[in-house]
Structure formats: C-alpha cells, structure tokens
Design a protein around this ligand. Sequence first.
Ligand code: ZN
Length: 312
Amino acid sequence: METLINGLHHVTTLAADTQRNVDYYTDILGLRLVKKTVNFDAPDVYHLYYGNETGSPGTILTFFPYGNIPRGRKGVGQLTYTAFSAPVASLSYWMDRLHQYSIPYAGPYKRFSETYIRFEDFDGMGIEIVFNDDDQRPGWDNGKIPADFAVRGFHTVTLNEVNPDKTVKLLTGIMQHTLVGEEEGRFRFKAGIGGPGNYIDVLHSPKDVHALQGAGSVHHVAFSTDTDETQLIIQQQLAESGYNVTPVQDRNYFHSIYFREPGGILFEVATNPPGFAIDEPVSELGTALKLPQQYEPRRAKIEAELPEIIVK
Ligand code: ZN
C-alpha cells in the first residue's frame, strides 16, 4: 500500500496576546519563529509558525493571536494536549526551567512506559513534554537552551472523544494509522515509520464537558502527506466515504485540504513541500512579515495595524 499519510504536520491554535505568545514559544519553550505571516482569510491577524530550525513537518505549532478574546475550555471534540519530545536526560532541566519561569506543571507521570510532564501556555493551551531517547531529530540551539536538551518536535497529540469508534475507523482506514497501544482508555496510533511526531492518541472521554473554542484552543491538526498527488488520492477517498472535504487550498508553505472527523475535530492534510524556505532563506526564517500575493498591495496598511513582535 502506498504511504499517503506520514504522521503529524502541524497543530494550529487560537491565542490572545501576540507578544506573550511569542515569548512563551521562543523564549521559554525554545522553538524558532519560522514564519511571520497573516491569517490568509483575515489579514488583520497574524499567523505565527514555530518549529525546529527549518520548520520540518511534525515540529510546527502555529497560532492565530486574536488579541483580547475569551479563553476556550478543554473538553470532548477537541485536541486537548500537544506533546513535544525531548531527551530523557533533559527532564530535570525542563522542570527547573518551568519553575524558573513560574509555570506550574504536573508530573512527572508515566504513560506507555515514557515519562512526561504536563503544563499550559499563557492562554491555557495544553502542552506536554514526553522524555524519550527514540527521537533522532536534531534539537535547535537557539543560544538559550542547549541543543542536547531542546525539544525535537511533536511527540503525540491527544484527541478527546465521547464515542471514539468512528474516529478510530477513520484513522486506521483512510488515514493509514495502526493501533500500537492501549492504556486507561487511551488508544495510541502511529502513522508512517512511527516514533515521536507520528503518534496520535484517542482518549475515550465519555464524562468530559464539551470543548469551547477560544484562546488556548486548538483549531485543527494537520497530517503530513508527501505530494500533491498523494493529497488528491486522500481527498478522493474521503469524499467517497462521505466526508465533506474542501478543495485544495494554497497556504504558500504547503497545500491543504480540510474536513471534520466524526468526533467534530477539524483535520487537515498538508503537503510537505514546498516548505518555509520558499520565500526567505533558512538563516532568516521568521524575521520579516511575509504576505501572500493577494495582500501585497495592502502591505503598508496591514503592517501598520499589526502589533510589533519582539523575539528576545
Ligand atoms: Zn493548518
């Protein structure tokens, strides 16, 4: 069978204040701001992309910082926790670092034989770090966090579902995932070659409240596909199975299709190419405001209305 889905591509979340979001992900978590652009559907709002040095698929966390919007609520029908991967030897480093920044964390706990800690960003987004030595991806040395301790990218995302059966059928069918573990109502699936960045957990959560979207809520999760051709095959399979899947959207750095999984969570399938170096060199990623072609004529006005961003 041809590999159509490799694993995770990116996670996109709503945020409130722009600068606090930048501070949290670049200064505290040590990710790189790899792209500073706008919401293609609403150019008065930034779209900020954080990732490893090059913004590889499976490392990319993106935000729409809407300013003063109310907080969301975690619950069913939502991606509740996004877990990053870091080396086992970095556990005490990360606990010390979070303590130093006065960010409360829970744990360390064990899950599927790995140690993890759990915390939130300034808007309440659920974050975890899973400590493991299976991750061959390089850490990014940003001059603040030693590369040996830096996060490598995503490990897993957790979907809370009242009734997981149809979601599981989608994941193990068209989305080409395989069940690799089950623990306390948590079903772990892997895609492609597996390993950190290629896991998705479905958490059976029949007693949870329904999620409310707001600051700190994940808007969608994107899965990686290799080419425009593999994307079209998935799109066709989804349509034939009754999913209301969108036409291909050009997001400049990847091409995207979107659909809702049976539990209500918005899924995207995004192509790996062309990537973030398409409009600025890797050494300068995230330094200039990049606009899609259709907004270039309005650049001066858009720039004047967006808040200034400082990467410390
Ligand atoms: Zn997306």
